[in-house]
Write a protein that binds this ligand. Structure first.
Ligand SMILES: C[S@@+](CC[C@H](N)C(=O)[O-])C[C@H]1O[C@@H](n2cnc3c(N)ncnc32)[C@H](O)[C@@H]1O
Length: 311
């Protein structure tokens, strides 16, 4: 659990200086290349001198056919600067400019740049992630950002309503400010995005059958849903509510399943409220008095029968 402790400490101590490795950016971004043509990209938590996001986009500026790239550096105490790269008839140019403010993503100046941007791509400070993603949604921006997987708990309603989804990879190792040491955070991060990707249209293969042995799928004491312990065990023949591990969202396809909600007390959407049968311990599903891990409650969607309406 060393990785877990490290990430937790980083968050608690507001030590937000975990730098993303170029290989992790390349591994994820290869799935999104077609989104960038003619677009302005903003990396708003990125010292261009050190950020591999700047590195990736500046090196691939032509290949991605970008219109403009902007990175702002945050300085806790003093006015900071931005680096801009853009293309015109004479070629690709770049320029460094001082900012009046300190590059805080919430500053007026950064918000002006945000309004100009089409897509925001970065790894923002872990401690401010909730505020950070709320700002992106408020300004209706396209984004691809790294966050702690626990953010899924409060982002689940947004995932339910199709406002964002989870990317392909989980960056496992980040560089520390000294530039040479790294911290492992295995399995604890996710890419969050609202850019369309193939993965979210692919069905999860289902082969288990509920009716072969219903005792394998008991109902919770406090939710009107059956418990499924592993994504691989989701039955193909059960049409009502099922509680599945949160990792289900890594492969969620909204054409295959509907998300009812999450066993997270703050999820008060009417669909999940309807299947809550006890107001205590709303944050977990309980089986015979025993608390399970938090669960996403889902239901299979009816697929239109291809043979229907055929004459
Ligand atoms: C997790 S690090 C990632 C840095 C870089 N984006 C990367 O992926 O390598 C988050 C960065 O956000 C910066 N930061 C912290 N608070 C900020 C704020 N309020 N506005 C903008 N950047 C901030 C930190 O200085 C830090 O460099």
């Amino acid at each position: 659990m060393a990785g877990n402790t490290n990430l937790h400490k980083a968050s608690a101590a507001k030590n937000d200086e975990f730098y993303t490795q170029l290989t992790d950016i390349e591994k994820e971004l290869k799935h999104y290349k077609h989104h960038f043509e003619g677009k302005t990209v903003f990396c708003n938590c990125d010292d261009p001198e050190h950020s591999n996001f700047w590195q990736y986009f500046s090196l691939n500026f032509k290949e991605l056919k970008l219109k403009k790239l902007i990175a702002t550096h945050f300085d806790r105490e003093k006015p900071s600067y931005k680096l801009v790269m853009w293309k015109d008839d004479r070629g690709v140019h770049s320029d460094i400019k001082t900012l009046r403010q300190n590059g805080d993503f919430r500053s007026e100046e950064s918000i002006e740049l945000l309004k100009e941007a089409d897509i925001v791509v970065t790894n923002p400070p872990f401690s401010l992630f909730r505020e950070y993603i709320a700002q992106l949604m408020e300004y209706d921006k396209k984004f691809l950002i790294i966050g702690n997987k626990n953010a899924i708990n409060y982002l689940c309603p947004d995932i339910k309503y199709g406002k964002l989804w989870i990317g392909y990879n989980s960056p496992n190792e980040f560089k520390l400010p000294d530039g040479s040491t790294t911290k492992k955070v295995t399995g604890l991060t996710r890419w969050f995005t609202n850019l369309d990707i193939h993965k979210r249209h692919e069905d999860i293969p289902l082969w288990k059958k509920y009716y072969d042995d219903p005792s394998q799928y008991p109902k919770y004491d406090n939710y009107d849903a059956i418990n499924v312990d592993k994504v691989a065990d989701i039955p193909c023949d059960y049409d009502s509510a099922m509680g599945v591990p949160i990792t289900f969202l890594d492969n969620y396809n909204s054409e295959q399943f509907e998300i009812i909600g999450i066993t997270y007390s703050k999820d008060k959407n009417p669909d999940i409220e309807k299947i809550r049968t006890d107001d205590k311990k709303r944050h977990v599903g309980i089986l015979n008095g025993k608390e399970k891990y938090p669960r996403v409650i889902i239901q299979k969607k009816e697929k239109p029968n291809k043979n229907e309406n055929r004459t």
